[in-house]
Design a protein around this ligand. Structure first.
Ligand SMILES: [Zn+2]
Length: 431
């Protein structure tokens, strides 16, 4: 009993000391937070570079198609320019804090209640050349084009190449990856974009889509300091190779997430043939990729689903009847494993047809998240098709992104990474 009282008496001053310490701690913490957080200036908006660049270095990204309305917001005033030359040039809109509505009615575009006669309009924001479309921020300008049906319109983002890349690199690769891997990604993305623009852009109102059908582009939200560093430190750099006619020019620098141990010849996946895209062994991605990305678990699809999805995408296959056999017709042998490249489909009518393995994979699983690659075996499994023993993620052509990270971790430069995955190519500066 008495020893307890002594203990309690002795505890009182200790409690007091604790209280004093606690008060001092909270006061100090409050002062620290006031200095470091309360007084912190707002982060400045990064300016949009290359706004005066030549037209050939601008990219037209299809953001929305066949829509009837959308919302746009800019920080300051913006101009609307008629792209039909016969009409008066432009209208200026003063600073508008709230989103303005753009819609089509009776075949005409209306912006914030003002109707325009032109079927093509250019929305041109002022500095820092950033606008928000349906809540997502983008850089550059916005083109609105009425479709031939007169009832819908397409929205296209006109953005200079370098800020376009800052978004793409941040969307295609984690920004905490090695700086040299990010630089390799920036050069590959810059080259790919220019190639697609020159090859297909002349035939349509836009150069690239915003999805992985080309390169993922999500606007300002995927930009970050490491990504901008990668873009700025490779400013204007592209990859070229020697073409059969002797000219030195850019080529489609495809890339994919995890090659699974060997990259694939572009001819077998996309049907185009370039020296640097013949395929190389990749010992790098196995140690970098998550186990479930490198060796993916078995995927199963009901036979009826497979038949339906293939018929939807390739109506000519209906003549086969129900798909009864999916057989490897061609494959790339990498030694201990192989990648299916061509598939023979046999139907209940006895007829057969062929598909590229990559087309079969993405028809059955458009997300590509279950059948992650064509390095796999296809087997009958009761009333299902099973995709087994899978390796890698993606089409496997060109640079292996996880492999690039693996090489960068070993101290390889961006140029070394690129010339490994695209042998025979070289880095040149075009600005
Ligand atoms: Zn790889």
């Amino acid at each position: 009993m008495s020893s307890l009282i002594v203990t309690q008496l002795a505890a009182k001053p200790r409690k007091l000391i604790h209280r004093v310490y606690r008060s001092v701690f909270w006061v100090a913490l409050s002062i620290y937070l006031m200095i470091h957080l309360g007084c912190k200036p707002r982060e400045l908006v990064r300016p949009t570079p290359q706004i005066d660049a030549a037209q050939r270095y601008w990219v037209r990204v299809l953001l929305l198609n066949n829509i009837t309305d959308c919302n746009v917001q800019t920080a300051s005033y913006f101009n609307v320019i008629n792209l039909d030359e016969s009409l008066p040039l432009e209208t200026s809109f003063s600073s508008l804090e709230n989103p303005i509505r753009i819609k089509i009615s009776a075949g005409k575009l209306t912006i914030a209640g003002r109707t325009f006669k032109s079927s093509k309009l250019l929305v041109y924001p002022n500095e820092p050349y950033i606008f928000s479309l349906n809540g997502s921020e983008y850089r550059g300008k916005l083109e609105l084009i009425i479709n031939p049906d007169g009832n819908t319109f397409d929205v296209i983002n006109l953005v200079p190449l370098e800020p376009y890349l800052a978004s793409v690199v941040g969307a295609e690769m984690p920004d905490y990856w090695e700086p040299e891997a990010l630089k390799a990604q920036a050069i590959a993305a810059r080259t790919y974009c220019l190639y697609i623009k020159n090859r297909f852009g002349t035939k349509r109102n836009w150069d690239v889509s915003k999805t992985q059908a080309n390169q993922v582009y999500l606007g300002v939200k995927t930009e970050s300091a490491p990504v901008w560093n990668a873009v700025n430190n490779t400013y204007g750099e592209v990859l070229t190779c020697r073409h059969p006619d002797g000219t030195e020019d850019i080529f489609p620098t495809y890339y994919s997430s995890v090659c699974g141990g060997h990259t694939e010849n572009s001819k077998n996946v996309f049907g185009d043939s370039f020296g640097p895209l013949a395929g190389v062994a990749c010992p790098y991605c196995k140690d970098t990729a998550k186990l479930t990305l490198f060796f993916w678990p078995m995927a199963q699809f009901a036979k009826s689903t497979v038949t339906t999805r293939l018929f939807q995408k390739y109506p000519q296959l209906k003549q086969l009847g129900k798909i009864t056999d999916i057989l490897p017709a061609e494959q790339s042998d990498y030694g201990t494993f192989s990648r299916l490249t061509k598939i023979k489909l046999v139907g209940s009518t006895g007829k057969s047809d062929f598909l590229r393995a990559e087309d079969l994979r993405l028809s059955i699983d458009p997300t590509g998240k279950q059948i992650q690659s064509t390095i796999c075996q296809i087997k009958k499994w009761d009333d299902k098709w099973a995709f087994l023993a899978g390796r890698g993620w993606g089409h496997g052509v060109g640079m292996c992104q996880h492999g690039a990270q693996g090489m960068a971790r070993q101290g390889k430069t961006a140029e070394r990474i690129l010339t490994y995955y695209y042998p025979g190519s070289k880095v040149v500066n075009i600005y």
